[in-house]
Design a protein around this ligand. Structure first.
Ligand code: NAD
Length: 484
């Protein structure tokens, strides 16, 4: 199946933080892939803007090195590479001062889409917004792209929204959550709302529970100090896991439009019940071999920040009353995997002589590795010997189902940047959504701080602390195995 590529309109994309890690690892490789796919028009221009002094040639060298390092070798071809580098230019700009801004303005052309990517520390977002306005680049049609983290709590998120909204309307602000750019996440919506098969069963009557797991094998490493101020709740749950939960739980929007989808997601966040303290399990990884424990990585021997969290959530509305949502995420776990599992209830009555055996349909949406979906169904075990049932997966991995082109799933950043140029905000977080997520998160954090909650230790390479397993055992359920 050959993918249909529609080129986007010509654009000027300024990347603040254009020499930084994110730009090199994700943004340039993403744009390169879109050029290779034929989606970037020849008239597109990309301007790197950062503090350090470079001329255009040096900057192209930086980007060339980044592409060689981060684009799979099979995708590098010299023709596309040279064409891509030819689109680039550089301006040294100080977000906190006036150096470079007039010169940057000289790069901006009339009659094309203008987008400004804030790939810098969040403390600079306000300065950038202010100076884009002062130097006359914050016109009506332009867009700004804002990276995570979006605030540290409700108060800081509100302040950040207010700062950006001084010069840009909500329609101009694209808050990135790269989980939303994943193919499978969108496919989740296609499966839910494009088939009659699932939606009638997508409720508390048929769904026993839902599990969302985002497991990493790495520790906090060099980011220890930053992470110590955030923890798994702020770093992962408030944004990524919350977004996945919303897409799973939301009501069908009237159309796949940006406000229609985001209105429904917002309703889910607002319907979340307060979480009981015993439904929150926090953990910290221990030392193993030469590898230090979390506290040492964080540089604070008394740190109470969680590197793991598991929660049991309830959504108070007609659709989900009685169906728990179990979320967990953590560092240094058994395998690197992200998945959502919708676990359906047993058939109400078994006509087969299988007393006590449970057979459950499970729809698994895998975000990584190998993006795809799997539906577990019950069939007869083949062969003679009576009617024995067995659960088998119907694998819907895109690469298998869609042929060779199905395997070429664009990276989240590729899609999201193209959506910015197209002016499509559906896969970006709206300001009120982010604030609602913080309004839900803040009291939980305040609660465990007030209780002086100490995270439970867990062994690196495990599935997290024992108490997290108990969270489900107590309900007569169990987590799916964490495996790659
Ligand atoms: P980085 O430290 O590697 O790069 C920062 C960039 O900002 C550099 O290009 C630097 O020159 C520029 N900069 C710093 N001060 C400046 C100033 N006063 N004026 C102009 N430019 C200035 O950071 P990063 O890892 O690329 O992260 C950038 C943003 O993306 C942050 O908000 C971060 O939270 C977010 N983010 C990063 C990742 C990642 O994987 N690196 C992932 C998710 C989100």
């Amino acid at each position: 199946m050959v993918a249909r590529i529609i080129p986007v309109d010509p654009f000027d994309l300024v990347i603040f933080g254009g020499t930084g890690d994110l730009a090199r690892r994700k943004i340039y490789p993403g744009l390169y892939q879109r050029m290779k796919a034929g989606q970037m028009p020849a008239e597109a221009r990309i301007v790197g803007a950062a503090r350090s002094e470079h001329d255009d040639e040096e900057f192209r060298g930086i980007v060339r090195d980044a592409l060689i390092e981060f684009v799979p070798e099979k995708d590098i071809d010299s023709e596309t590479l040279e064409a891509f580098l030819a689109c680039l230019s550089y301006e040294a700009v100080d977000a906190r001062g006036d150096a470079g801004w007039e010169e940057l303005k000289g790069h901006i052309r009339d009659g094309v889409v203008h987008a400004f990517y804030f790939s810098v520390a969040p403390s600079l977002f306000g300065d950038l917004a202010e100076r884009l306005h002062t130097y006359g680049m914050a016109g009506d049609g332009c867009r700004i792209v804002v990276e995570k983290p979006f605030g540290h709590d409700l108060a800081s998120a509100k302040e950040l929204n207010a700062t950006l909204e001084k010069h840009f309307s909500e329609e101009q602000i694209y808050r990135i959550d790269h989980y939303l750019g994943k193919e499978t996440v969108q496919n989740l919506m296609a499966v839910r709302f494009g088939n009659v098969l699932f939606e009638p069963l997508w409720n508390a009557q048929y769904v026993d529970h839902i599990q969302i797991t985002v497991a990493e094998t790495v520790g906090v490493g060099g980011r220890g100090e930053y992470y110590d101020r955030s923890g798994a709740m702020r770093d992962m749950v408030q944004n990524h896991l919350m977004q996945l939960l919303c897409l799973i739980a939301m009501e069908p929007p009237s159309r796949f439009g940006s406000d229609e989808v985001r209105d429904e997601k917002l309703k889910v966040i607002r319907a979340l019940e307060p979480v009981q303290p015993h439904h929150i399990i926090r953990g910290q990884y221990e030392a193993k071999g030469d590898e230090p424990d979390f506290r040492e990585d964080a540089g604070d021997p008394r740190s109470r920040t969680e590197s793991f969290i598991a929660l049991r959530l309830a959504i108070s509305n007609w659709r989900w009353a009685g169906t728990p949502f179990y979320l967990r995420t953590g560092k240094k776990l058994k395998a690197r995997t992200s998945e959502i599992a919708v676990v359906f209830k047993d058939a109400p009555h078994s006509i087969f002589d299988e007393t006590g055996k449970s057979h459950r349909n499970i729809l698994t949406i895998r975000l990584q590795p190998n993006e795809g979906m799997e539906l577990c169904v019950t069939i007869k075990e083949p062969g003679p010997g009576g009617m024995r049932l067995v659960d088998v997966p119907l694998d819907m991995t895109f690469a298998d189902a869609l042929g060779p082109d199905g395997a070429d799933i664009p990276e989240a950043y590729e899609r999201l940047i193209m959506d910015v140029i197209r002016g499509n905000q559906t896969l970006f977080m709206r300001g009120d959504e982010v604030e609602a997520a913080w309004a839900w998160t803040d009291p939980l954090i305040a609660g465990w701080e007030a209780r002086n909650d100490v995270p439970k230790p867990y062994e690196p390479g495990s599935s997290g602390p024992e108490d997290a397993l108990m969270l489900m055992h107590r309900d007569g359920r169990k987590w799916r195995e964490i495996k790659a």
